[in-house]
Design a binder for this molecule. Structure first.
Ligand code: PEP
Ligand code: MN
Length: 348
């Protein structure tokens, strides 16, 4: 049977004893691996609910003792670490805003040094793979061995479908760079809206993630933080029942091998085509230089770009993909032509 490797669920914030215990009671029936709740909440702007603080430690410990749940929370300061270790928490996580700050990470990792507790490190709010890896390294350097990373998406300025842009590639890159570190998806903070959580969770499972962290509240509509994205326990049960968990082995089936061979051939044709395109670009560069023309010719670029996008759309390729692809190709052409412009003339 293919099961979710790890499931962490619980409310965004611990709000009251009743809310923590009621949510824990419902989740205990689901055999979750860890019960989560934020005790100190890093709010973007002051004035909002900033977490119940120290009193919430006892509510979580009560949930642990009553329902046999393992408990975890976010730590953002050495004093948080001290408090949760004393209370008997089973795991901690580092929030996205903390990961973005190497000073904070250094302090927290030093506070955890010498203690055997699993640590999960969320991606920084900004799409910076090195900063995320750097945080993992700081914990490793302090001897912390049980580390996972949580993909919770990246801040966006404009309105988007999702609250935080998934940038799946960054998560796949960290998996490639740190293959021994389990990768967990937080579809709640990526999607930001209840009805979108399932799609993100499914995609994470299809991409072979090692677990899910899903915000779940006994009464989401009344939640004090992140109410739009939290699921009720019943909605979590429904999500889990719909989640398709596929075979995780690296397949070497024959049909798949044949498709992959075809892909490799197409990739190699693509490289040949790109090479031909760049050669022509260089010839254009030589011509522009001889004629003393500027490299970037705006109207010609805009026209060609729109034409490429229209073609791509007609071929069922997404506008975002085509736009990124052609901008990259154009960028590379400019680099090639700039090199030609910078080369001293033969007569110089
Ligand atoms: C949270 O998990 O509730 C939280 C504050 O997450 P993040 O650090 O991803 O914003
Ligand atoms: Mn939250």
């Amino acid at each position: 049977m293919n099961s979710i490797p790890k499931l962490i669920a619980g409310p965004c914030s611990a709000e009251s004893r009743e809310q923590v215990i009621e949510t824990a009671k419902n989740l205990a029936k689901l055999k979750i691996d860890f019960f989560r709740a934020g005790i100190w909440k890093p709010r973007t702007r002051p004035g909002a609910f900033e977490g119940a603080g120290l009193p919430a430690l006892a509510w979580m410990v009560e949930a642990k003792e009553k329902y046999g749940l393992k408990i975890c929370t976010e730590v953002a300061h050495p004093s948080h670490v001290e408090a949760v270790l004393k209370a008997g928490f089973d795991m901690v996580w580092i929030g996205a805003r903390s990961t973005a700050n190497p000073f904070t990470i250094q302090e927290i990792s030093e506070a955890i040094k010498g203690v055997e507790i699993p640590v999960m490190i969320k991606n920084p709010t900004n799409p910076d793979l090195k900063l995320w890896i750097g945080a993992v390294e700081r914990f490793m350097n302090n001897g912390i061995e049980d580390i996972s990373v949580i993909h919770r998406g990246f801040s966006v300025y404009d309105k988007h479908l999702y609250r935080n842009n998934p940038n799946w590639q960054i998560a796949l890159d960290i998996k490639k760079e740190l293959p021994q570190v389990p990768l967990i998806c937080d579809p709640s903070h990526i999607s930001g809206r209840r009805h979108l959580v399932y799609d993100i969770a499914q995609k994470a499972m299809d991409l072979r993630y090692d677990g899910l962290m899903i915000e779940t509240h006994c009464n989401p509509d009344e939640a004090w933080t992140d109410k739009k994205q939290q699921l009720s326990p019943a909605e979590l049960i429904d999500l889990l029942s719909r989640l398709k968990l596929r075979d995780r082995r690296e397949s070497v089936d024959e049909p798949l091998q044949n498709f992959r061979m075809e892909l490799s051939e197409i990739d190699s044709d693509l490289v040949d085509l790109l090479k031909r395109r760049m050669d022509i670009s260089e010839q254009i560069g030589i011509y522009k230089k001889e004629q003393n023309l500027v490299i970037f010719q705006k109207s010609r670029w805009e026209k060609a770009f729109q034409n490429n996008i229209d073609n791509a759309l007609n071929s069922d390729l997404s506008e975002e993909f085509a736009s990124q692809l052609f901008k990259m190709i154009h960028q590379e052409s400019i680099v090639k032509q700039s090199k030609i412009f910078l080369k001293p003339d033969e007569t110089d």
